[in-house]
Ligand binder design. Sequence first.
Ligand code: HGY
Ligand code: MN
Ligand code: MN
Length: 421
Amino acid sequence: MSQLEGAHMTAEHRATQVMEKIQTLASFSAMQDGILRAYLTEEHRQAHQQLARWMTQAGLETWQDEVGNQWGRKVAANPELPTLIIGSHSDTVANAGGYDGPLGILLAIEALDALQDTELPFHVDVVAFADEEGTRFQTTLLGSSPVAGLWNPALLDRQDAEGISIGEAMRHFGLEPDNVAQAARKPEETLAYLEVHIEQGPLLESLDLPVGVVTAIAGAKRFLIDVSGVAGHAGTVPLPLRHDALCGVAQMIATIEAFATEHEIVATVGKCDVRSAAVNVIPGQVQFSLDIRSQSQEKLDRCTQLLMQQLATIGEKRGLNVVHEQIYQAQAVPCSDRLQQLWAQVVESATGKDVCYLASGAGHDAMVMANLADMGMLFVRCEKGISHNPKENVQTQDVAVALDCLIRMIQSVSSYQTGTC
Ligand code: HGY
Ligand code: MN
Ligand code: MN
């Protein structure tokens, strides 16, 4: 009987359970007709209470840390042994799919349930990070950064759209903001960090492969760009005399698209807000967001500088004032070579297929957890590569393959620990 059939359940049965739990988690949403679960909200609390129940049923010891992350531990016989951490995020973007984040958490819980009768030479912690997307406070990785020892207390003043600061929201949630740094884990006690996540891209589907090994995670920078012109009467100001902020932004957005195409990076304007908008007023003030990414940190830094110069030139020619504020950045991060090798061996033995290695254009908690320990990721095929969209979907049989791979990976990490691989 394979490990997957531990506790007398077949691989398909376990995968079906994971898919059902995805739907249960999706019900903890601030939206009536979609999924939105943001940091330090009632939906966050309810989802983590449900995850804690599933962790307990899988035989894990559970606790919530100082940031609001939910943990579950498969305890090893010897308390002095190091810990393998497996996790992903439980928060979502607005109108999200059900798998981005939760799939990785539920696979980890299911894998440890299947291994309940197996003694491992290390503790295994499953973690649900409470904020990876940054949906509420516009800054991401708030759950995993303190765990990785990367906490900036200045962020406590960052406010949401209602003017509530992270510090206030933490207190309301029952957390003490001054204790956040205590969530940091010790590198010397951490064996490795693993994350299983949907690919959020089309490559695995195009190759007809259920899973793939991640090589690196793209670096990203995010900005809010304020463009100021002159508001005016739509009926009386001739075009040549206008300083129309929205026309300027329109030209900037087209320039961003052309620049990213030319330089083979990705750049996205996801939000655009016309201040005091009215049909008969020439827009005087517009703020838009810019998300720019590359697998190469050097290219990301160089392209960002070049692009900002082009936006400033557009502003000068139109008599607009352009100010940009960087609100987020994450360095491009390579995945551990040894964990990539281990994942590849596991994938080959579980699928009997060639191993696909692919980089991640999306950010993940793994990119900050790499500051704590060696990091390795496994991607799961998702339909048409669609994500951050209610149409996000995976197949149960691919979940079964991913679960099999994760169980084999946990078992092979012991060889990694002793350096025998
Ligand atoms: O934006 C990202 O890459 C991730 O989904 N937070
Ligand atoms: Mn994600
Ligand atoms: Mn996401």
